[in-house]
Design a binder for this molecule. Structure first.
Ligand code: ATP
Ligand code: MG
Length: 370
């Protein structure tokens, strides 16, 4: 079985690392010359809409998947005329536009923040002036890690915010006063069977995910599974789908979906029976899904901008080191650490040690919450 992956960043790299034991081979396509997943398979260095490269790519593989969600739907549709493309192009086109995504949530009875789609400065000023509460403006397309967003309160200079967003079509959402941010990693196979990982609680630093902690037996688990299943059935989804929510007074409010393996699922590499990467491959290759049973507390901490001392991290019991082999740069995700333990007290101690080690670097720290 040969899997074609559009994108050869760290997600493509970890997909390949999970597939090699199952004798799955990989062809990875990425426009970046130094893409960190390239050594894990055959590498095609080309733009995602380079027709001759896509032809060469598709001829080599049995199935195509993505590790990056902003790939032109035209390319995906063309590829899907030759081999199965999972997740289906409809899932990508929906997730690529925050308006289409929100409209789908409404159709499926999944609550979201109140919002308005706007593409003119006048309408932006009118709408924001008419609302008496904090809001957040987001570009409809191509935002990630909090980029393409502007927070709006009573004293915000609205013209300056509009300029910051570069005049592209946006959504203006009510700011949700949430208790916590959670996400769920869901998987659906080619027969429509599903499995779910336990709910994760996420904290951010400088707009980038900092820490994900698994919440076993969380009271919101069922609701998160139910909403994810509605979305996956609607899209006839195959593969891993990540759903980000705000937990607000015991109600989940949908933020966004990611039609791919996700940073908040990296803990599953060591934390469960079958990782999100393995289960994504099982789903798209038509294999039975693997167990997501999770024993004991588990977490993931991102390494951003600068690597901490590897051996000090590895000296913490239960910790695993994941180095994406990328050049350090401010704000760049360079790797992550996973940690697990047999009981909560042991886990809290290990996590605290790791946070302390990260505090010695320029990486964002201190946001892990127990
Ligand atoms: P990422 O790539 O990290 O998932 P993103 O750029 O796709 O981020 P969002 O997830 O929509 O964008 O927003 C980034 C963060 O901003 C959220 O994780 C949350 O902390 C905050 N945020 C976004 N929308 C709202 C909202 N309506 N109310 C409160 N906070 C919000
Ligand atoms: Mg998000």
């Amino acid at each position: 079985m040969k899997v074609g992956v559009l994108g050869a960043g760290q997600l493509g790299r970890m997909l390949a690392l999970a597939g090699i034991p199952m004798n799955i081979e990989f062809v990875l396509l990425d426009p970046a010359k130094d893409a960190c997943g390239q050594s894990l398979g055959e590498f095609i260095n080309a733009a995602f809409d380079d027709e001759s490269a896509l032809r060469k790519f598709v001829d080599k593989v049995d199935v195509v998947t993505v590790e990056f969600e902003n790939i032109s739907v035209k390319s995906l549709e063309w590829l899907s005329q030759h081999v199965p493309v999972y997740p289906p192009p409809l899932a990508l086109s929906t997730a690529q536009d925050r308006l289409l995504e929100k409209q789908m949530f409404a159709r499926l009875g999944i609550p979201t923040a109140e919002y308005k789609a706007i593409d003119q400065l006048d309408a932006f000023i009118d709408y924001c002036s008419s609302k008496d509460q904090p809001m957040i403006a987001k570009s409809r397309r191509e935002g990630y890690d909090g980029k393409g967003q502007a927070r709006i309160s009573a004293d915000t200079d609205l013209s300056a915010s509009w300029d910051k967003l570069a005049g592209v079509p946006i959504l203006v959402e009510d700011m949700i006063n949430f208790d916590r941010e959670v996400s769920i990693i869901a998987v659906r196979d080619r027969n429509g069977d599903t499995v779910f990982y336990p709910l994760c609680e996420n904290t951010h630093a400088n707009g980038i995910l900092h820490c994900t902690q698994v919440r076993l037996n969380d009271p919101m688990q069922q609701q998160a599974e139910d909403y994810s299943k509605r979305v996956m059935d609607e899209l006839d989804y195959v593969g891993v789908l990540t759903f980000e929510f705000f937990d607000c007074d015991g109600q989940l409010i949908a933020n966004e979906i990611a039609p791919r393996v996700h940073n908040s699922g990296h803990w599953s590499i060591e934390g469960t029976d079958s990782s999100q990467f393995e289960n994504h491959l099982r789903a798209i290759c038509g294999m039975p899904l693997g167990s997501t049973e999770t024993r004991g507390p588990s977490a993931m901490i991102n390494i951003v901008g600068e690597m901490p001392a590897r051996d000090a991290v590895l000296a913490v019991e239960g910790a695993h080191w994941h180095d994406y082999a990328k050049q350090p740069r401010a704000g760049r995700k360079l790797g992550h650490i996973t940690v697990r333990a047999n009981n909560q007290q042991q886990f809290d101690e290990r996590l605290a040690k790791l946070e302390k080690l990260l505090a010695g670097t320029s990486a964002p720290v201190g946001a892990c919450k127990n």
